[in-house]
Design a binder for this molecule. Structure first.
Ligand code: GTP
Length: 598
């Protein structure tokens, strides 16, 4: 196919605005997928994604479209993951395109996530095709939403497509617009090969499957390729296109999108953003913009049963094959025993990994509260990174502590501006800006410590705005603050996995509420258990868990045996997610107590 007949595009949309439904329609109308196979939505196919209604991993699809001008075009849809944690992957898949469909729910409006991704697309000079979806809904207000898009993005919407992905309205018009508005890729077939990796996944039989866009030159089956960032070389065993199932081909040239397999052992060796070159003809420069994913959030994972340590290691190794952004190393905790300190791109990434470990690998884990990476300058000038609060050096050993800051953009109806500001203010936020798109939609911009957002910020935002707010964040750098380590002692023993780093001004408040929470969460034992919070050697708050007096079975009046059984079962189940610390059983919830102090 000549480059002039190719169009590469992605779809930018907020969760639930109809991206998958629209993608399905495009595949159906272009007869890429038969009606029979259409039952399952094609683009997001991980169980977890389906269940939570989010798109985590991106995929691609190649369609042949017979346009009204009589020509047949190859349309490559490159999907983007829909969450901030994966914004680097979003940026790479956008770079692989010349255009994007901006899909906005006509009954809702512009959301924070849409804005962030459309700005990424505009930065890459992509042509944008605005689409107002769900016009079949009685509540659809296309004119209001058009005005909103124009105001918020500065994009002319007079020609926006009015569509209903669900009813199949406007699909032909969208396909025509893609051909007309999205530019064809540059025809750089004469240059040395440079292809951009925009996704990869691990396949147990063929090794890593690499999804890429050829930018310059061409690539053939059997070619020896070099990945310029990882500096590794491989022979291409299989080359193909995604229609949307993998179909082998012999050659792909500049402008085309495809996949290859080359017995690569781990996605770490073929990272998103890396440049594929021919080993025999290495170009002077790789494609711009490669960056290694950097974990922002850390937590400890400990098997409730210490026998499971090796199983946990194996499970993490397996997940890592398919997730270059996941990092982990063994951690030994005096209270918890052996486990792993794991790093994630963000909170969603963390939840996904935890859930997969528990579901797919059937592991019972104790997960410690998430922490960010602190930068500590020691006396003498050495700078170290601390991702585990219990490792924060004592005050006399350090000069300063810096913590990561993010810029948060919240979009909310005007009526909730007060609630949003109150929340940001209580999380040590610095107000930056506020803008009104329309009377009903406001952007509020704050700079906040990341540590204050990895707790329950998002849940709080949703509940304080009755679900109407959306948010987006971006790392902006490190700042010095007065931070201290708050230690927790249970029954006189320090529990390293309960330690947290807090701002000095908040330390007393946090300590007081934390010990109260722990008193509620830690079950009574046969003896009294003191629970204390301390900064250094100074106890700042303390509570006492009273001794257990009643026998549990006494409640059953000795009569009903089945009831007795049930009660014992219930207890056994509750025990599963507990960790014996000294002589005290501490439940999973206690490790998360620090996250829910409001
Ligand atoms: P993520 O995969 O979570 O990013 O969501 P998405 O943007 O892909 O949305 P999806 O296509 O899954 O659609 C979300 C919901 O909106 C589903 O219940 C769809 O059936 C519904 N939906 C999509 N398009 C339309 C439409 O044109 N009209 C109506 N009424 N509903 C639609």
């Amino acid at each position: 196919v000549p480059a002039s007949r190719i169009r590469n595009f992605s779809i930018v949309a907020h969760i639930d605005h109809g991206k998958s439904t629209l993608a399905d329609q495009l595949l159906r109308v272009t007869q890429t997928v038969s009606e029979r196979d259409m039952k399952a939505q094609y683009l997001d196919n991980m169980d977890l994604e389906r269940e939570r209604g989010i798109t985590i991993k991106l995929q691609a699809a190649r369609m042949n479209y017979n346009a009204k001008d009589g020509n047949t075009y190859v349309l490559n849809l490159i999907d983007t993951p829909g969450h901030v944690d994966f914004s680097y992957e979003v940026s790479r898949s956008l770079v692989a395109c010349e255009g994007a469909l901006l899909v906005v729910d006509a009954s809702q409006g512009v959301e924070a996530q849409t804005l962030a991704n459309i700005y990424l697309a505009l930065e890459q000079d992509l042509e944008i095709v605005p689409v107002l979806n769900k016009i079949d809904l009685p509540g659809a207000e296309p004119d209001r939403v058009k005005a909103e898009v124009e105001e918020a993005i500065g994009l002319d919407c007079s020609d926006a497509v009015l569509a209903s992905a669900k009813m199949g309205i406007g699909i032909d018009e969208i396909l025509e617009k893609i051909v007309a508005i999205v530019p064809p890729p540059a025809d750089n077939t004469d240059r040395p090969l440079r292809a951009l990796i925009f996704d990869s996944y691990y396949d147990a039989y063929r090794g890593v499957i690499v999804y890429f866009r050829v930018v310059d030159g061409k690539v053939r089956k059997g070619d020896r390729v070099r990945l310029m960032a990882s500096k590794k070389e491989y022979d291409i065993d299989e080359l193909g296109v995604l229609s949307p199932t993998q179909v082998p081909v012999d050659e792909l040239h500049a402008g085309e999108v495809g996949y290859f397999a080359a017995s690569i052992k781990s996605v770490e060796d073929a990272r998103v953003g890396d440049t594929i070159a021919l080993a025999s003809n290495i170009p002077d420069e790789p494609l711009p913009g490669y960056a290694e994913a950097k974990p922002m959030v850390f937590c400890g994972l400990f098997p409730t049963d210490s026998e499971d340590f090796e199983n946990l290691r194996e499970a993490l190794d397996k997940l890592k094959l398919n997730d270059a952004a996941l990092s982990f190393e063994p951690e030994t905790s005096s209270a918890m025993g052996f486990g792993f300190r794991c790093g994630f791109l963000g909170l969603l990434h963390m939840e996904i990994v935890q859930e997969r470990l528990e579901r797919e690998y059937d592991l019972d884990l104790i997960i410690t509260a998430p922490s960010v990476v602190y930068r500590v300058t020691l006396v003498g000038g050495e700078v170290i990174e601390v991702d585990n609060p219990s490792q924060l050096p004592a005050p006399q050993k350090r000069e300063q502590v810096e913590e990561p800051y993010i810029r948060v953009d919240v979009i909310a109806p005007e009526t909730y501006v007060g609630a949003v500001m109150e929340l940001c203010q209580s999380r040590r936020g610095d107000f930056k800006d506020m803008r009104y798109f329309t009377p009903t939609r406001t952007t509020i911009i704050y700079e906040l410590p990341l540590a204050e957002v990895v707790t329950d910020f998002f849940d709080q935002l949703k509940s304080r705005t009755r679900g109407y707010a959306s948010m987006e964040y971006q790392f902006i750098g490190y700042r010095v603050n007065e931070l201290v380590r708050l230690d927790v002692m249970v029954n006189g023993d320090p529990v390293d996995s309960l330690a947290t780093i807090v701002h000095r001004d908040k330390a007393y408040g946090v300590g007081k509420i934390l010990v109260e929470k722990l008193k509620e969460l830690i079950p009574r034992q046969q003896f009294k258990i003191p629970v204390q919070a301390a900064i250094g050697s100074r106890i700042i708050a303390s509570q006492q868990i009273p001794a257990l007096r009643k026998d549990v079975l006494a409640k059953c009046y000795g009569g009903d045996i089945s009831r007795k059984k049930k009660l014992l079962q219930k207890q056994a189940k509750g025990k599963k997610r507990m960790k014996a610390i000294g002589t005290v059983d501490v439940p999973q919830e206690a490790f998360m107590a620090v996250l829910r102090l409001d």
